[in-house]
Design a protein around this ligand. Structure first.
Ligand SMILES: Cc1cc2nc3c(=O)[nH]c(=O)nc-3n(C[C@H](O)[C@H](O)[C@H](O)COP(=O)(O)OP(=O)(O)OC[C@H]3O[C@@H](n4cnc5c(N)ncnc54)[C@H](O)[C@@H]3O)c2cc1C
Length: 231
């Protein structure tokens, strides 16, 4: 697929839009991931969660951070009109858009990427499902999709986007919101009906495993948790 656009996001992150070739039309679901490789390096394939949603047609978007060989090459070198090889979306990290459910999505750093797809689809389809993103970043400069999430909050009364910054103010980065890591007390404050809550966690294994510990601490059964481990 051809790179249609490369959009710098927060510090050390970019969103890459891959335009579908003529005649291509994929059936896929919000929350799935594609697998990409450079044409000159077919043995180095990596998975990327879609940060666009299934209602976005004609392109895929994914959001990368500077990490490892592929992450660094993509972040530093990819340009519009270049080509990437792409395996179609797959995966089971899917939003359960049932009216009485509450999806609580835990994310750290670029792990928020698939939740942008969740929030887009929820707003566009006007689903009644409650959707809450609890997002941990180091500083306010690291928040991905801040303006879009705030706009989606205005459009969707069932959607909430809450951020916590782990690094304390150093003068330059004043943050009027919450400080500290995601913890059980903070997650608990957002739960009103535990039996109908589904907790999602996405990002590096350490973050997802930490989130699994929180869910256990909160007494939420494992069956009510969905995870996407990035490695
Ligand atoms: C389902 C799924 C979805 C994903 N979605 C995304 C996404 O949306 N966005 C995203 O950014 N990533 C995502 N990832 C992660 C992504 O696939 C890659 O793992 C990531 O880009 C790193 O790949 P790489 O080839 O660049 O790293 P590699 O070069 O293979 O390195 C792997 C890890 O080892 C570390 N490492 C490499 N060399 C050294 C060294 N010499 N010493 C110490 N450490 C080293 C790297 O920092 C990296 O953390 C996803 C992964 C999965 C499984």
């Amino acid at each position: 697929m051809t790179v249609g656009a490369v959009t710098p996001e927060a510090t050390q992150a970019k969103t890459i839009r891959l335009d579908w070739p003529a005649g291509y039309d994929a059936a896929f679901k919000t929350g799935q991931f594609i697998t990409c490789y450079w044409p000159d390096e077919p043995s180095h394939k990596r998975a990327y969660s879609l940060s666009s949603c299934a209602l976005d047609r004609g392109f895929y978007e994914f959001t990368i951070r500077r990490e490892g060989k592929m992450g660094t090459r993509l972040l530093d070198w990819i340009k519009p009109a270049q080509q990437l090889m792409v395996f179609p979306p797959t995966g089971r990290f899917l939003p359960v858009f049932e009216p009485h459910k509450h999806l609580i999505c835990l994310a750290g750093g670029s792990g928020v990427a698939p939740f942008r797809g969740f929030a887009r689809e929820a707003a566009r389809r006007k689903v009644m499902t409650k959707l809450t993103i609890l997002y941990s970043v180091r500083t306010p400069q690291d928040i991905l999709f801040h303006d879009e999430f705030r706009q989606l909050e205005r459009e969707n009364p069932h959607f909430k986007f809450d951020v916590t910054c782990t690094r304390h103010d150093d003068g330059d980065h004043h943050w009027p919101g919450r400080h500290g890591r995601i913890d059980a007390a903070w997650v608990k404050r957002h739960i009103s009906d535990a039996a109908n809550t589904i907790v999602y966690a996405c990002g590096p294994n350490t973050f997802v495993e930490f989130s699994e510990g929180l869910v256990f601490e909160l007494g939420i059964p494992k069956e009510q948790m969905r995870t996407e481990k990035w490695g």
